[in-house]
Structures are given as C-alpha cells and as structure tokens.
Design a protein around this ligand. Structure first.
Ligand code: SF4
Length: 436
C-alpha cells in the first residue's frame, strides 16, 4: 500500500491544513507513516513568515530528500508560494503546490505522477479510522489577510479573505469532539474578519463562536490569535460569560506609535493599552499573550523602549518575540535592515526578561484551576494539564487522568511554570477526572 509522510512548519493555520491534506491522502488509500520514515510521498507544508522560517523550510525539504531519496516530494505553504511569486523553483520539490490550492495537493500529485493514482487503485485497502489524537484540536474558520502590515508577506502568500461556511465549521467541531478532542482552538489568519461578506453564509465571528459553543457543550473553546481592532465588546462578553476561555492572544508587534505607523498597523500604543485594560475589566484574570517584532528598520533604542513599556503595563502571560527580516515583495523590504543581528538579539532578550509569566501567574497561587490533562511529564506520575487561562500546570496524578478534566490547586511557581496538586472538586465545579 503506498505510504505518505507529512510535516509542517509555522502557524496553527498551517498545522490545521496539513491535517486536512493528510486526511485527503488517507481517504485516497495512502497509509500515513511518521515523517523521517521511508515513504512513497513526503509532503512538506512550509512557512515564510521570517527569513529563518523560510531557511528552516528549505532545510526540511533537503532533509526529507536525503532521508527518502526515491520519494515524491510535495512542497506547499507560504515558502512555496513565495517561490512561485518570485518565479523561481524550489530545490528538491517534485510538485510545488500554490498555497491557495494546498488542500488539493493530491490532485496536483496525481497530475504529475498518474502512475501513483493507478497504483492506489490496485493496492489500496480501506484504512481503519484514525486513532484519537491530542486533547486539543485546531479548527480553521477563516483564511487570508488584507491588512498589509509593511513587514508581512502573508497577504501575498494567503491573498484574499475567505470565511468557511458556518454550518461546515459547526459540523467539523462536532466531529472533532466526537473523536475525543476536549478543547477546540478556533484559528484563522485574520480571524475577526470572519463574516458574511467573505463566505460565512450569515453569521459574523461572534455569532459563529456562539454556534460552535452551543453545538459542543462538553468542549472548551479558545481563540488562537486576534487583532486588537477585532476584539469587540460582544467577543469580550463571550469570554466573560465562560463561552470562550479567558485567554486572548493579541499581537502587539510594537509598542511605539511611530513604528506602528511605519508597520502600517492601524492603532496606537494608547489604543492597545486601553483595550487590554477594558478586556481585563470585563474579564477578570484574563490571560493576554502576544507577538512582538524587534529590530524593525525604524525602531530606534528609544522607540524600542515603548515596547518594553507596554510589556510592563499589560503583564502578559507570554510573548512570542521574533526578529525583523526583510520579506520579498513587502514595503519594508525597501527599508533595508539597519538593525544589526546582535542588537536584535539584545532587544529580544530584554523583552523575554521583561515578560515574566510569574507576574501573571502569581494570582493563581492557592487557587483551584481546571486542567485538561494532556500527558505524563517525565518519569513517575507527574502529569500536566492545560488551564482555561492558557498556562500549563504539573501535578502528581495517575496516567489514567490523561484526556480528562481535573481540578488542580496551584501551590508553587518555578521558572515560570505552575505546579500543584489534585484537589477535590467542589459542588458546581467540573467533576474530578471525567467530564466528557
Ligand atoms: S495582520 Fe499584519 S501581520 Fe497579521 S497576517 Fe495580516 S499583514 Fe501579516
């Protein structure tokens, strides 16, 4: 039976899409094997958000070729699209699938290698249903971005706004829960742009969230990343009322008004801080995480200090800090890259030191949280679980707790990590161990 292996670089949207491609291969009769093992076909879903991500994508394709010299190599994703935009070829790729067509990777493969399709018709046997996967599943609801931040290539690799029909999203959410996923992470490139004008079939984003929640009462709902302009009072209400977990990932990118303007990001430092304060007022203990870009060409030392200031003011749970790199075709590509790599490293370090998870986590000491238990951690019976607020807590407990909700009292913070012990559930709380 023909075999296929898959790997993904980059964001949650890419991870979701790789899973969808994988399922289309399985449905056609391929047996899926782990990436790195011998396979007839290897699919690499690439990323080009930074020059490092693009270099890693190219390295992964070269490695796949080394490990599997006779495999047919299918390459898609943002780095593949960037290559097509430049009119270049992607070294090692037998089939280069444009990003907007990636879910049709199989069709592209069969067009290039019709003998594979014939072989499948001869050899494929029906496969068993895929095993239940992780406790949390990503569910893509929207694609594309039209913001055109000056440093970002995504509007060129994922052009146009597209919303999935709400009925399709709700159906898939139900399917995921029935397969055992206890947390759904709604994801999209510009998720707040979800709506009727781009294909939702009616509802806007807040209404979609309500529909998914109503269809899946046994699962938690999380939103993966949302632009500050799209955090509406209605959305905050969904968090405040417990329909969505109290965690928002709101990209900052820079805390300086001048840099934000040069980045073509449509808000000021004041707007951002006010939004975070208002969100915390409506949703007490709200966890906020973010992305910050350092070393943008017009970011001076003084302007960088504004990003440090915002980090101190907001008290993020986590920040993903990444260095600027010029991306082909973007306006900022013309600005040059005047901030040295050493200075970018220094600024990254300063921000990482400023954002201390403990500052946020301290409020949970002595409190009981609901942990979605994911796996054993290390030897012995140390388990870990994901809380609604988006931090993990480790505790002593039986491996049989995996894939259940448990009540854990947070006792200690160490190196930015929370530790606790199983607590008896109080009346009205999630029963200890099993909820689904
Ligand atoms: S909002 Fe800006 S950073 Fe985010 S995908 Fe769109 S252009 Fe890129």
């Amino acid at each position: 039976m023909p075999t296929a292996a898959f790997t993904t670089l980059g964001c949650k949207v890419n991870q979701y899409e790789t899973q969808a491609i994988l399922e289309s291969f399985e449905a056609a009769g391929f047996a899926v094997v782990p990436f790195g093992q011998a396979a007839d076909v290897v699919v690499v879903n690439t990323c080009s958000v930074t020059s490092v991500a693009e270099a890693k994508s190219r390295y992964t394709v070269r490695k796949a070729l080394r490990d599997n010299p006779t495999a047919k190599l299918v390459v898609t994703g943002c780095a593949a699209q960037m290559t097509l935009n430049k009119g270049e070829t992607f070294d090692g790729a037998d089939v280069l699938v444009p990003n907007p067509e990636k879910l049709e990777a199989l069709r592209h493969l069969f067009r290039r290698f019709p003998e594979l399709e014939a072989r499948l018709a001869r050899e494929a046997r029906p496969t068993l249903a895929p095993p239940v996967g992780r406790t949390r599943a990503t569910l893509k609801v929207q694609d594309g971005c039209d913001v055109f931040c000056s440093y970002c290539s995504i509007p060129f690799t994922r052009p146009g706004l597209k919303s999935r029909p709400a009925s399709e999203v709700v159906e898939e959410a139900r399917r995921l829960v029935e397969r055992g996923h206890l947390e759904l992470v709604l994801t999209g490139v510009l998720i707040g742009a979800y709506g009727p004008a781009t294909g939702s079939g009616g509802p806007d984003f807040e209404e979609l969230v309500g529909r998914v929640a109503a269809a899946c009462p046994e699962a938690r709902l999380r939103i993966s990343s949302i632009e500050m302009r799209q955090v509406t009072p209605r959305l905050l209400e969904l968090l405040a009322s417990g329909v969505v977990v109290p965690h928002l990932h709101i990209p900052l990118q820079s805390g300086d008004d001048g840099v934000l303007r040069d980045m073509n990001r449509p808000y000021s430092q004041r707007d951002y801080l006010d939004l975070c304060a208002e969100a915390r007022r409506r949703v007490p203990d709200l966890a906020i995480t973010t992305d910050i870009l350092v070393g943008f060409p017009t970011e001076t030392d003084e302007r960088f200090a504004s990003s440090v200031h915002v980090c101190r003011e907001v008290g993020y749970l986590k920040a993903h800090v990444f260095p600027f790199s010029p991306r082909f075709g973007t306006p900022a590509d013309a600005f040059g890259d005047p901030v040295s790599p050493e200075e970018k490293r220094r600024r990254s370090h300063v921000l990482t030191e400023t954002v201390r998870p403990e500052t946020y986590l301290r409020r949970f000491l002595g409190r009981t949280v609901e942990a979605l238990v994911e796996a054993k951690r290390g030897p012995g019976e140390t388990m870990r679980g994901m809380t609604p607020h988006g931090f993990e807590v480790s505790f002593a407990g039986s491996p049989s707790l995996a894939r259940t909700f448990a009540s854990v009292r947070v006792d200690e913070l160490r190196d930015g990590q929370a530790f606790g012990e199983l607590a008896p559930a109080r009346r009205g709380e999630i029963p200890l161990a099993v909820r689904a």
